[in-house]
Design a protein around this ligand. Structure first.
Ligand code: UD1
Length: 361
């Protein structure tokens, strides 16, 4: 059996790494296809390098453009690859435009599709990710759900066949790198263990709305003054572009103790900064999970989350984009380190998923 694995962005690389490695370890035949959605050294190759992944067999290098244009180019490119290099099964992960492109091409070619990280729901269809994950779940054959909550959401939509509770592959990747976190990084950035905040913010619903983006910046200013702690901000290119476009860059730069890191840091550095932070502030789904696994409290700069288990166990709170709400959430979460049980599994999810696909378990 030959399996295609489609990926295109940072989170797919980190979360499909354990699946790719499990295929390789079992000597199974797989074909890695990169859409090229993320393309910069620091957003793409750096992640392959740190996770010791093989180079993709194909990179489609989809050109920049809107959602429809890019997804369309991915559909054409993936179909072309699979016509000349046929496979028996398709694996996709998560909720990006690359995910939906891979799943849709496979479904049209009557190939079985395995969706890793199935069943997440924010119940907010204005988010491109929510549309993508709903589509993928409904056209997939095998649904690899990370948590019981995800199994429940699938069931609520009538998806009960081919559902497997596997845990989340991010645990595998965090465990893989946990012993390799560089201890010189904090000193390099002039911060001390447990005495800084780590920030990321890149989701379209925040970056592409100047009111929300300004609210978050004002919230950060309040938090910086209130806590007196430095804030390390690893900045996504999308956010940088929007801050410049809306004339908000200057307002961010003058926040006392806030340090912008651009281009954004790699996965190992991100895990290191999270592991030693007082607090993680983010709108990323991945960081909500990673901080939870690392035992560090998280404040999510959104009004909803498709990771509700983090709220339930108290590792995460939703703060939205109102400055006072962000300040209140940071005060509430400061000092709440650990004390919860990681709800995402035992770090063997990649192996479990590949065993199911290959029919060996
Ligand atoms: C995408 C995913 C999002 C995921 C995020 C992880 C969708 C709909 N969204 O959002 O779910 O959380 O990836 O980072 O698929 N850019 C670069 N270099 C790169 C990549 C992007 O400069 O390597 C810039 C480009 O200007 C690009 C913009 O960032 O147009 C946005 O990138 P895009 O892939 O469209 O969306 P993300 O915001 O990264």
């Amino acid at each position: 059996m030959r399996t295609a694995i489609v990926l295109g962005t940072r989170p797919e690389i980190t979360k499909l790494a354990p699946v790719i490695k499990a295929f390789a370890a079992k000597g199974a035949d797989f074909l890695l296809i990169h859409t090229g959605q993320h393309f910069s050294q620091e957003m793409d190759q750096a992640f392959f390098d740190v996770l010791d992944l093989p180079a993709p067999a194909y990179n489609l290098h989809v050109p920049e453009g809107g959602h429809g244009y890019r997804t369309g180019k991915m559909l054409i490119g993936i179909e072309d690859v699979l016509r000349k290099d046929p496979v028996d099964y398709m694996v996709v992960h998560g909720d990006t435009n690359s995910t939906v492109a891979g799943a849709l091409v496979a479904a049209k070619l009557n190939l079985p599709v395995g969706h890793v990280e199935a069943g997440l729901r924010s119940f907010d269809r204005t988010m491109p990710e929510e549309v993508n994950r709903v589509i993928c779940d409904h056209i997939a054959t095998d649904l690899f759900a990370p948590t019981r909550e995800a199994v429940g959401w699938l069931g609520a939509e009538g998806l009960t066949k081919g559902v497997f509770l596997t845990g989340n592959t991010i645990v595998d990747s965090v465990y893989y790198l946990k012993e390799r976190l560089p201890d010189t990084l904090l000193a390099h950035y002039g911060v001390k263990h447990g005495r800084y905040m780590f920030l990321t913010c890149h989701r379209q619903e925040n970056t592409d709305d100047p009111v929300r983006l300004a609210g978050i910046i004002d919230g950060l200013a309040l938090v910086a003054r209130d806590s007196g702690l430095p804030i390390l901000y690893s900045m996504h290119p999308r956010t940088k572009g929007r801050l410049e476009q809306y004339g908000l860059f200057g307002r961010l730069e003058v926040i006392p103790g806030l340090r912008i890191i651009f281009p954004p840091i790699g996965f190992l550095e991100s895990l290191t900064f999270q592991a030693h932070a007082t607090l993680v502030l983010t709108d990323s789904g991945g960081l909500q999970e990673e901080s939870c696994i690392l035992g560090v409290p998280c404040v999510t700069l959104r009004e909803n989350t498709e990771r509700p288990e983090t709220l339930g166990i108290g590792s995460n709170v939703l703060a939205g984009y109102d400055p006072q709400a962000i300040l209140a959430a940071c005060r509430r979460m400061t000092g709440r380190r650990g004390g919860w049980v990681n709800p995402y599994g035992d770090g063997r999810s990649g192996e479990r998923i590949v065993d199911i696909i290959l029919g060996t378990k």
